[in-house]
Ligand binder design. Structure first.
Ligand code: FAD
Length: 381
């Protein structure tokens, strides 16, 4: 017999878990289908920016590994620019614990989780959506694809167009305690050691997450760049406990994120930031934008989910467009991008305010004259 639900969410990452939480809060029946058994590892640096944490209406300290107050920017591992702030800039998390924590918040409000259920087929008819896994067929009034970069929902419904990709490698690295202590509350971002991207060190409670990421078109030597970065950190005696790579999808112009009975969220919609690769913020935000649209449709009888497209374009895609423009400049002139930090304290303040969510890329556009002046000075030099 087919199980019926109001909404089926495919994927229990930050996007799917947040939508389940928001729908359950509104009294809407929601089933989350997740292919892995939870908690599951996710290839990610695990940086939850302050602005991302602020979106949630609960505290995440239970699953926070470290609180970051300092960013050490380097260019090709040269002398660092140290940016600091007394406010938390980033919370580092392990995604198995963080994502499961979000799912549990949804379950506490009545959302149902079925893990170990890999969705293989999605079929939309006039009245229902039918969603198949290896052992079950489910029915729902709406389906939401929150199933990440390789979204089966997007593929099944022919919604996989207008996406560009970055790619990243992430290693979980156990280091001696004295080494770990050096990284407390500090992340490192290196521009220049990999073309078209950057490398990072994110400290966790008992280890370091070290990775590199770049535009997918430039990934030929991703592993070699990762190893080179690791070697250059001069960490004696380390153990790699996990190493994996994954795509980071960023949408391009014309991306459609809805159909009559379907929506896409987070990475499935291609909403990661093309400049930084940050995807958790927009995963959570897209879920929070989707919830009232779904409520309008299911509870108030409003036909269609197209309002979601409009609000995602206004609140997220316009920002991604700005980020893409900045990313093109930084990819082409990474040394100048790095050089800007030493030219004006305003550059670091702008980065902090972006992480706090106090300004967005559109606000940066308003200050373009100021930043262009610095950039041109560096360019001439
Ligand atoms: C190397 C790397 C480093 C990154 N670092 C950061 C960072 O520091 N900060 C940041 O904000 N972002 C980072 N990102 C991006 C971030 O990981 C993603 O943008 C974010 O996970 C998107 O969340 P999501 O919920 O949309 O998708 P996901 O987190 O990918 O969740 C999708 C879920 O769907 C499940 N699923 C997939 N297919 C199916 C199926 N067929 N049936 C059922 N379930 C399915 C998956 O198992 C998964 O649990 C990084 C990405 C990479 C690759």
């Amino acid at each position: 017999m087919k199980q019926s639900h109001d909404v089926i969410v495919v994927g229990a990452g930050p996007a799917g878990a947040t939508l389940a939480y928001e729908l359950a809060k509104r009294g809407i029946g929601v089933l989350v289908l997740e292919k892995e058994k939870l908690p599951r590892y996710k290839c990610c640096a695990g940086g939850v920016t302050s602005k991302a944490a602020k979106l949630l209406d609960f505290d995440i300290s239970e699953v926070t590994e470290d609180v970051i107050h300092e960013v050490s920017f380097t260019f090709n591992l040269g002398s660092p620019y140290l940016g600091q702030d007394s406010q938390p800039l980033i919370y580092t998390v392990m995604r198995d614990a963080f994502d499961y924590f979000l799912v549990q918040k949804a379950q506490q409000l009545g959302a149902v989780l079925m893990d170990g259920q890999k969705v293989t087929q999605v079929q939309v008819s006039a009245d229902w959506v039918e969603i198949s896994t290896a052992d079950n067929v489910f029915r729902s009034r709406l389906v939401v694809g929150a199933d990440g970069a390789y979204s089966v929902v997007a593929r099944e419904l022919g919604m996989g167009k207008s996406i560009g990709y970055a790619a990243g490698i992430e290693s979980e690295i156990v280091v001696p305690e004295e080494e770990l202590a050096k990284w407390k509350s500090r992340v490192q971002i290196d521009l220049g050691c990999i073309p078209g991207g950057y490398a990072w060190v994110f400290p966790k409670r008992n280890h370091l997450s070290i990775g590199v990421g770049c535009q997918a078109s430039k990934t030929r030597d991703l592993h070699a760049h990762h190893q080179k970065f690791l070697n250059s950190l001069s960490i004696d005696n380390y153990t790699v406990t996990k190493s994996s790579s994954h795509l980071i999808p960023t949408c391009t112009k014309g991306r459609i994120v809805w159909q009559d009975k379907a929506l896409l969220l987070g990475d499935a919609a291609g909403l990661a930031d093309p400049l930084t690769g940050e995807g958790i913020y927009n995963a959570i935000l897209s879920a929070q934008l989707a919830a009232p649209v779904i409520e309008d449709s299911l509870v108030r009888g409003k036909v269609g989910l197209q309002d979601y497209q409009e609000i995602v374009e206004r609140k997220i895609m316009s920002e991604l467009k700005m980020a893409r423009t900045l990313s093109k400049i930084f990819v082409r002139f990474p040394h100048l991008a790095f050089g800007m930090f030493n030219q004006s304290e305003g550059v670091w303040r702008a980065v902090c305010n972006l992480m706090f969510g106090e300004i967005d890329y559109t606000a940066i556009k308003g200050r373009v004259g100021e930043f262009k002046g610095i950039f041109n000075r560096l360019f001439r030099a």
